[in-house]
Write a protein of this length. Structure first.
Length: 368
């Protein structure tokens, strides 16, 4: 019997040999769905272990957000952790110096952010090479990933790392596809779309549905989706949408002309971990991608305290979240909140618990 990895290889080969046209689209759709299922099996084996973080990989999470470092061996991940956090993670000129997760912490804009230095990964990591799966599993739980690249190495390394993360269900710098998918008891498959679908046809959709043994469902496309987008929505629970910043390291070893070219890569920051060059820009981009909100509390009749913001996590940005992060008992005596800043039309506006706050808002809680 062939292994999951062998089965994946066989399907990938078959797909590369199959031209996409009307006659083959059902078959191709089926292959894509099969591939997605095999990949899931690979990263979450039924026997336990393998997919999850193993001993030495899982660390206690602290801070309001976490950033995982992913890259090939010796690109300078540990040197970067040491520079940013002042932690000591062994850095050396030989590959696989780091063998476990090494946590560090930076305080930026008043927010405590955990940084996780990870072992280097190699091509094929997602298919079980080295300890790549454990490493990527840690990154999958992070709020942001730094893909660290050595600028002296071929830029194709970027694509390889991206493919490793993608194969593990991580979607980079991407929003979930705008497709509403609802399984039903009966009634067959209903497909609607708000715009023409230029990448998929009904045959492919039918193939994917039959592969997942879904007989009845409503599928509403609100974007020009691909078949992979549809599979991502069906496999929703095993997908994570994570922002990525490319840390292009070791720029001390290249020319100004080469550096100019690097600046054209989206979501990237050229740095030198060894010389400490351009770290500010890296942290700025980190902050932007983490989308954290600093909220200043203003006790009634006093000036706001600008030294100690309450930092709200990504997606937790209502007045209620703010109250809970101070103390859960506040909710019981909450009457309203008076807000100054970008989230309100009128400064000093009174709002309720469901009001969504913006970065740097000033809030006074009024009690009953
Ligand atoms: N020139 C230059 N060398 C660097 C830079 N950053 C790291 N290095 C060197 O690159 C080598 C590897 O650095 P590490 O920090 O151990 O790399 P790593 O990615 O953590 O490596 P593994 O843990 O083995 O995966 C060391 O010899 C570092 O001194 C840099 O910005 N410029
Ligand atoms: K190393
Ligand atoms: Mg290291």
């Amino acid at each position: 019997m062939s292994t999951t990895v062998e089965k994946i290889k066989a399907i990938e080969e078959e797909m590369s040999k199959t031209q996409k046209n009307k006659a083959t689209s059902f078959h191709l759709g089926q292959l894509k769905a099969k591939l997605a299922k095999l990949r899931k099996e690979l990263v979450t084996p039924s026997g336990g272990g393998g997919g999850g973080a193993g001993i030495g990989f899982d660390v206690a999470r602290t801070g309001v957000a976490s950033v995982g470092f992913i890259g090939f061996p010796s690109v300078g991940k540990s040197t970067l952790l040491n520079l940013l956090t002042g932690t000591h993670s062994e850095a050396a000129a030989y590959e696989f110096t780091t063998l476990t997760t090494v946590p560090g912490c930076v305080v930026y804009n008043g927010a405590k952010i955990q940084m996780l230095d990870l072992p280097g990964i190699i091509e094929g990591a997602k298919d079980g090479k080295g300890r790549g799966r454990q490493v990527i599993a840690v990154a999958k739980q992070c709020n942001l990933i730094f893909i660290v690249l050595d600028v002296n190495k071929p830029l194709t390394d970027k694509k390889i790392i991206e493919a490793e993360l993608e194969g593990f269900g991580i979607r980079i710098n991407k929003q979930p596809p705008n497709i509403v998918f609802k399984k039903k008891e009966k009634g067959g498959i209903t497909i609607t779309s708000t715009q023409p679908l230029t990448h998929i046809d009904n045959e492919e959709i039918r193939a994917v549905m039959s592969e997942y043994r879904i007989v009845s469902a409503d599928i509403a496309f609100r974007c020009d989706a691909t078949i992979d987008d549809l599979i991502d929505v069906i496999e929703e629970r095993s997908r994570r949408y994570i922002p990525v910043v490319y840390a292009l390291n070791k720029i001390d070893a290249i020319t100004i002309e080469e550096l100019d070219l690097l600046y054209r890569i989206p979501n990237s920051v050229p740095i030198s971990s060894e010389k400490g060059w351009n770290v500010d820009e890296l942290l700025e981009m980190m902050w932007e991608k983490l989308d954290l909100k600093r909220i200043y509390t203003k006790p009634k009749g006093k000036q706001p305290d600008y030294t100690a913001p309450v930092v709200l996590r990504m997606g937790q940005n209502t007045v209620e979240d703010f109250c809970r992060s101070i103390h859960k008992s506040i909710i019981d005596s909450f009457k309203c909140a008076v807000v100054y800043g970008r989230s309100v039309k009128h400064q000093g506006q009174r709002v309720g618990l469901q009001h969504v706050l913006e970065d740097e808002d000033v809030v006074t809680i009024v009690k009953k």
